[in-house]
Design a protein around this ligand. Structure first.
Ligand code: IPE
Ligand code: IPE
Ligand code: MG
Length: 241
């Protein structure tokens, strides 16, 4: 089906919970890692599709602070996957002028992953196309706790007064400080929960849930989500015009 999109109502920032890789593999009697690989290589396709629609920011949940609970083999695979992904997707990223940044904790990664992250961020930092933010070892509780600690430290040092702490100050202490608020949050795989993702940033986001598993999520599914978003009425607590 062709979804006729209104070019004047394209969301600026789309966040995605890339879920369902394991079930995608299971359906095919494959190991879960096959689903993760297919899922990772789907990111750049959707990033390019987002860019073509005029979306400026795409933020993907790739590994949560809770995903360390998974079997060691799966975790090991997921720690190597971004390195392979950065290599494979590199040409597309360069051609498309996409800027990559990674947010989350960085103190628990293997060194090779940390090096690959630093390298890809450095190489794409002047790109002016879509900003693709990958959330790795990311969790909102961790992000907000880190922000609280930083702000408390600034108060102790006399750099800021308690009365000057505003929602903007908190926003500016989050990992997402360079990103606008999320307009649309998409979660694949038929789960209806947030799983500790961008809790502060989605205060007024529109939510879109689909049963499609992430490795099967394609341009048409993206268009469908944007079409749905364009038919929402965002009031931000006000009244309809
Ligand atoms: C999402 O897919 C990717 C990660 C959480 C790393 P899952 O691995 O959660 O896939 P399902 O939910 O088990 O199908
Ligand atoms: C959320 O998916 C995290 C990512 C997609 C990276 P999970 O599969 O880990 O979430 P739950 O456990 O179903 O809530
Ligand atoms: Mg899952």
């Amino acid at each position: 089906m062709n979804y006729q999109l209104d070019t004047n109502k394209i969301p600026q920032h789309v966040a995605m919970i890339l879920d369902g890789n394991g079930r995608w593999a299971k359906k095919r009697s494959l190991p879960r890692t096959f689903g993760h690989r297919k899922g990772a290589f789907n990111i750049e396709k959707i990033a390019v599709a987002c860019q073509n629609l005029g979306i400026k920011y795409m933020t993907c949940y790739c590994f949560s602070t809770e995903n360390w609970k998974r079997p060691q083999d799966e975790v090991n695979y997921l720690m190597k996957l971004p390195i392979r992904y950065f290599k494979k997707a590199y040409n597309t990223i360069i051609e498309s002028n996409i800027k990559i940044q990674v947010i989350g904790r960085r103190d628990r990664f293997p060194k090779e992953l940390l090096d690959a992250i630093i390298e890809v961020e450095e190489k794409t930092k002047n790109h002016t196309g879509l900003t693709l933010t990958l959330c790795l070892d990311y969790g909102s509780y961790d992000e907000i706790t880190t922000a609280f600690k930083q702000i408390a430290d600034e108060v102790i040092k006399g750099q800021i007064n308690i009365d000057d702490i505003t929602p903007e100050v908190i926003t500016n202490h989050l990992f997402t400080k360079d990103l606008p608020q999320v307009d649309l949050l998409i979660r694949t795989s038929g789960e209806y929960r947030i799983s500790n993702y961008l809790l502060w940033q989605i205060a007024y986001s529109e939510f879109y849930f689909t049963d499609v598993l992430w490795p099967d999520f394609n341009e048409e599914e993206l268009n469908k989500a944007i079409y749905d978003y364009q038919n929402r009425n965002r009031r931000f607590g006000g009244l309809n015009k």
